[in-house]
Design a protein around this ligand. Structure first.
Ligand code: PXP
Length: 255
């Protein structure tokens, strides 16, 4: 059976970071979203943080009103954010930790320790048709908790793996990748849709695209950084090509 296609969600948070550095309107993350979509992004991701340090409420409203591809809203599972999401109705919401206490040691959301408040947030979002994912480490206990909480999707936190790659620590990177590989298989086996993200670049995106269970990558910081050198459209096109190369290796034994 051929592997399912892999989607690219472009996270435009750091376009807003740059805009906010001067306090004006330029560069506009909504324009960046349109450019990314024209260059091959399958969706746009934006994180409305409690402190509004990059994306602002108005950006979310404008994104929702103008982009032609699905909007994935990253958010903390707070009452305020759930209300905004229910009002905005993005296609998807990814629940992420914003405070130390909500995080596991790997940096993902502590779904296992999140209890009733997390379950309630998932239910309130799902009730209005938002597809909810949990940003978690590839740990069996977190994956099982995601199922118990009723989230249909998880996004595996790739930060530790990407850090090991950046530090050229081959053995730590291999350990982390094996961990992600096992987690993706476990999650898909229990019926979860599997996404991945955090810290990905061209090489790591190509590599993780070799995991057939992973059907979406959400990538931001690296793409916005690369945009300095070759433009956002060029960076998105190169990322799409890297992911397609990785996907093409499935079944060829060329991981
Ligand atoms: N996925 C999630 C859930 C995130 O919180 C982030 C960071 O905002 C990303 C993906 C993208 O990470 P990066 O900006 O390192 O590509």
């Amino acid at each position: 059976m051929p592997a399912p296609p892999i989607r690219l969600g472009v996270n435009i948070d750091h376009v807003a970071t740059l805009r906010n550095a001067r306090g004006g309107r330029h560069p506009d993350p909504v324009k960046a979203a349109a450019v990314a979509i024209a260059a091959g992004a399958d969706g746009i991701t934006a994180h409305l943080r409690e402190d509004r340090r990059h994306i602002r409420d108005d950006d979310i409203a404008r994104l929702k009103a103008s982009i032609e591809k699905p909007l994935n809203l990253e958010m903390a599972a707070t009452r305020e954010m759930v209300e905004i999401a229910r009002k905005t109705r993005p296609h998807a919401a990814c629940l992420v930790p914003e405070r130390r206490a909500e995080r596991t040691t790997e940096g993902g959301l502590d779904a296992a320790g999140g209890g009733e408040p997390l379950r309630a947030a998932v239910a309130q979002l799902a009730e209005v048709g938002i597809r909810v994912s949990l940003f978690i480490a590839a740990e069996p206990v977190q994956i099982e908790a995601a199922v118990a909480i009723g989230a249909p999707v998880i996004e595996i936190h790739t930060g530790a793996w990407c850090e090991a790659l950046a530090a050229a620590n081959a053995s730590a990177a291999a350990t982390e990748f094996a961990h992600i590989t096992r987690g993706a298989a476990l999650a898909a086996g229990v019926g979860l849709e599997v996404h991945a993200g955090h810290g990905l670049d061209f090489a790591s995106a190509e590599k993780i695209a070799t995991l057939s269970e992973v059907i979406e990558l959400n990538i931001g910081h690296f793409l916005v950084g690369e945009a300095m050198f070759e433009g956002l459209a060029g960076a998105v096109r190169k990322m799409r090509a890297a992911m397609d190369r990785g996907r093409a290796k499935i079944g060829s034994g060329a991981r």
